[in-house]
Ligand binder design. Sequence first.
Ligand code: IMP
Ligand code: MG
Length: 188
Amino acid sequence: MLKKHELVEKILLNTKIINTKIIELANEVNSYYKDNKEPIILIGILKGCLPFLSQFMLNLNIDCLVDFMYVESYLGQTKAVSKPKIKVDVINDVRGRDLLIVEDIIDSGNSLFKIRNHLQELGAKSIKIITLLDKKSKRVVDIEADWYGFEVPDHFLVGYGLDYDEKLRNLPYVGIADLSKIAILEKK
Ligand code: IMP
Ligand code: MG
């Protein structure tokens, strides 16, 4: 039995369900890019992408490179900032390349909007988006994933890459955070 962390109210998606979904997603992406002449570049959005990206890329059978960007969209704990800042940029030359952005979750869409514009300005040939989780009801800008694993309700989620104040990314499941316990921590 999976032990629930004390700051988790409920486990929403367990490891098995997530892994099965990731294989399905990788199969779709494999067939989408199967005739590509050049390797695609996976752009993982740090740090939340890490568990999803690692599981996902192990199931890809197409040629790919891996690169990262780090975008700060949360200041401290659970509140998003509306103007995300790019803190770490890609290392590869993305001009004329097919890019696949790999995200943990899309919420307002502000971060991805910024990231996509930036990669467009760098001269990418194509930009697709894959996200493990999608809070569709929270979108404030016009951006959609090309592939998503699960549509999730508007709760503060943790685990499988998602953090509360940089912690809990290592939980092997996606859980709904217990906000009453977090409120107590934030008062301390
Ligand atoms: P957006 O810019 O509002 O779409 O937010 C995107 C980023 O905020 C994601 O890549 C996550 O890192 C973070 N985020 C959004 N929702 C949650 C959540 O429920 N828990 C933890 N992090 C989240
Ligand atoms: Mg993220």
